[in-house]
Design a binder for this molecule. Structure first.
Ligand SMILES: Nc1nc(=O)c2c([nH]1)NC[C@@H]1CN(c3ccc(C(=O)N[C@@H](CCC(=O)O)C(=O)O)cc3)C=[N+]21
Length: 294
């Protein structure tokens, strides 16, 4: 069994990006600028936005964090998005999800200029991704493809079962694994809460991508020998004996499943750090596009 080490690969990617940014600086070029809007102060969002800002500093990007109170109205947020859309110094920005209930998430994601949508959530980018991948691929699916590629995981003709059909992971992942090319050319089953006989379907999978958010949902007896396991689930479990007062766990019962799998991503240290690294890659792409237009 081989660990798909997201922490190691994300650091390699950040080192590669840092070298590119240093060259831009030497040539006196503008360096990439990533902004994030955080509405409210949800613990997990603060952690993730924090690591995004720290990663920007590590690779030499400019970064801007816009904090807005959890009482922010939809109109106030839409106005802020319009401001960032127009701000030529900002190459890409994200609106950290989830948003408070008074704000319509779909409306917000549609308001982001697709040209700055480094999350790849805008329908325009989703459509292009499905066509020819010529644009921002959502960071988590992009990170999974990168891991499969770096570890040379065979996906051609394999049966991939995606568990969970979220807009930001499950649905794009099912399209990307079924596309022409590698990693891809896989036969994909997208499962969800209405899927019948889900355990029977999972038992046939060569590759399982679990993006459910249900701790230890995937048990060893559910998968076949040598399956490739990608754990996207990241759930915080309160535990006072832990330093941070919680520990995080994935959808996969890692200890037992790893005894049967051929490849497996750990949580933490797997898909999570890759999400950050690929967001930086998308921001670099945005900068290169803006520079070539000048
Ligand atoms: N507009 C938007 N874009 C996102 O990409 C986005 C989002 N909203 N909302 C939430 C999800 C989740 N997400 C993660 C990023 C990093 C880790 C990560 O670095 N996890 C570490 C552990 C971090 C910890 O200690 O909790 C790991 O898995 O090793 C996890 C999850 C990005 N998301």
């Amino acid at each position: 069994m081989e660990i798909l080490d997201g922490k190691k690969v994300s650091n390699e990617i950040k080192d590669e990006i840092a070298i590119q940014v240093a060259k831009m600086r030497e040539k006196g070029e503008k360096v990439p600028h990533l902004a994030a809007i955080l509405v409210g102060s949800d613990g997990a969002s603060l952690t993730y936005v924090g690591s995004k800002v720290r990663s920007c500093e590590k690779v030499g990007f400019e970064s801007t964090l816009v904090r807005m109170p959890s009482t922010t109205s939809e109109l106030e947020l839409l106005n802020k998005i319009e401001e960032l859309n127009k701000n030529e110094d900002i190459d890409g920005f994200i609106v950290q999800l989830p948003l408070p209930p008074q704000i319509d998430t779909q409306k917000v994601l549609l308001a982001v200029d697709p040209d700055k949508d480094v999350d790849g959530f805008h329908p325009m980018n989703f459509g292009k991704m499905a066509l020819d991948m010529s644009t921002f691929i959502p960071a988590t699916p992009f990170g999974i493809l990168e891991l499969l590629e770096r570890y040379n995981v065979d996906t051609k003709g394999k049966h991939t079962v995606v568990i969970g059909r979220s807009h930001i992971v499950g649905r794009p992942m099912s399209i990307l694994m079924g596309r022409k090319g590698w990693p891809g050319n896989s036969t994909v089953t997208l499962t969800h809460s209405h899927t019948k006989n889900i355990t029977q379907i999972i038992s046939q999978a060569d590759i399982v991508i679990s993006a459910l958010g249900v701790p230890k949902f995937l048990k060893a007896e559910m998968i076949k020998d040598d399956a490739v396991i990608i754990d996207v689930g990241i759930t915080r479990v309160a535990d006072d004996s832990c330093e941070k007062g919680y520990y995080i766990t994935g959808d996969v019962d890692f200890e037992n499943v790893s005894k049967k799998a051929s490849f497996i991503t750990p949580v933490p240290g797997g898909v999570g750090p890759m999400t950050i690294a690929m967001l930086l890659k998308n921001t670099l792409l945005a900068r290169e596009r803006h520079r070539s237009r000048k």
